[in-house]
Design a protein around this ligand. Structure first.
Ligand code: PEP
Ligand code: MN
Length: 371
């Protein structure tokens, strides 16, 4: 059961104290407090965990300081959508809005290789009206002898160049909790010219200690990728780990599932789950067509498979696209064969816009049909 308090209620107020005293003495119930610091107000939610079936919703709703009570009927306590649950399905970070009702593009380098390529990428993004990118500094590689990313040494120039080209958010994978501090330090040392969205990769979806560390910090939102060999429920529970530690600025990414049934694609594309995640949870949904498809093969109509699956995800209501680009894919140190080129960026954006407009039209049609 979630007890949602009146906005901006102070912990020192008599209402809060008397409410808390009352809830504390409920038998077989533990309390967990969550605070959401929005731009306008602070929202406090108290989670009642344990034998809540015996509690009357109306009685708790009548207590001082309570705005409303949501009885949780399913899993995913914090991130789930529950009956009469009007909690937000969006958040803002560094001036960019992320929601279940909009679309953001994160085109960029799978792995940072050198400052020239980072600058070429960011310049192209600015010229095409983009304020978000992806830049991999810490790369989890299957082969221990493969390039593992430049790590913290590349962060200063990546952040400075982001500032120069008005990039507001960089999606960056972390593979160890120490990376959070390295990113914080590099941002502070360069004067916070940009923002970072921490990315948990598919190989770490169930690295619970990493999830707890990313969930404990509130500075950065988190993009969590679906585990490539586990159930959807297990992956959503992994996202719930982040939220249970206090960070609810979370985006859930689909990136294909590992099975030979997807051949000749690198993974089998799972974007049919875009509406499923939106139905089960309040998280915006990201699609990663690059790691799903893994090649630049084109269909006879001239469109790359990567663009076809992007359109499939977007027309189903995806809210974010994470995609590999590279100025010179043959020189990329990681995943060159799946990268789109900078010339293809405006073409990709236009194709994506067509799919988004089609989605919006479909959503309007569904609404008019339901009336
Ligand atoms: C990536 O986005 O660079 C990446 C390694 O993705 P995934 O975790 O989906 O393999
Ligand atoms: Mn990659």
């Amino acid at each position: 059961m979630i007890v949602i308090l009146q906005p901006d209620i102070s912990k020192d107020s008599p209402e809060y104290e008397s409410l808390f005293d009352h809830l504390k003495q409920l038998p077989n119930i533990q309390l967990r407090i969550h605070e959401e610091h929005g731009t306008q107000q602070v929202l406090t939610e108290i989670y009642l965990v344990g034998d809540t079936a015996a509690l009357a919703k109306e009685e708790i709703e009548a207590l001082p300081g309570v705005e409303r009570v949501v009885r949780i009927s399913q899993e995913y306590r914090i991130l789930g959508r529950h009956k009469d649950d009007h909690r937000p399905t969006s958040f803002e970070y560094n001036g960019i809005r992320f929601g279940q009702d909009n679309l953001n593009l994160f085109a960029g380098l799978c792995a940072v290789d050198n400052p020239e390529h980072v600058e070429m990428m960011m310049k192209a993004l600015k010229e095409n009206g983009q304020q978000c990118t992806r830049m991999g500094a810490y790369k989890p590689r299957t082969n221990p002898y493969s390039f593992q990313g430049h790590g913290k040494s590349c962060l200063p120039y990546v952040f400075e160049l982001a500032g120069k080209y008005d990039i507001k958010v960089i999606a960056m994978e972390i593979t160890h909790e120490n990376h959070i501090e390295e990113i914080q330090q590099a941002l502070a040392a360069t004067g916070n010219p940009t923002g970072v969205m921490l990315q948990i990769g598919t190989r770490n979806t169930q690295n619970f200690e990493l999830l707890k560390a990313a969930g404990r910090q509130r500075q950065f939102p988190v993009l969590i990728k679906r585990g490539f060999g586990i159930t959807l429920e297990e992956s959503i529970n992994a996202a719930e780990y982040l939220a249970s530690e206090g960070n609810t600025k979370i985006i859930f990414a689909l990136r294909g599932m590992k099975t030979n049934m997807g051949d000749p694609h690198r993974n089998i594309v799972d974007f049919a789950h875009v509406p499923v995640i939106k139905r089960l949870t309040r998280m915006p949904v990201c699609i990663d067509p690059s790691h799903s498809v893994g090649t630049r093969q084109a269909a006879p109509d001239g469109l790359l498979d990567i663009m076809h699956v992007t359109a499939q995800g977007v027309i189903a209501g995806a809210n974010m696209i994470l995609i590999d680009f590279h100025p010179v894919p043959t020189k990329a140190l990681v995943d060159g064969p799946q990268a789109l080129t900078l010339d293809e960026l405006p073409y990709f954006i236009e194709d994506m816009t067509i799919a988004r407009q089609a989605y919006e039209k479909r959503a309007r049609l569904a609404k008019s049909f339901m009336k």
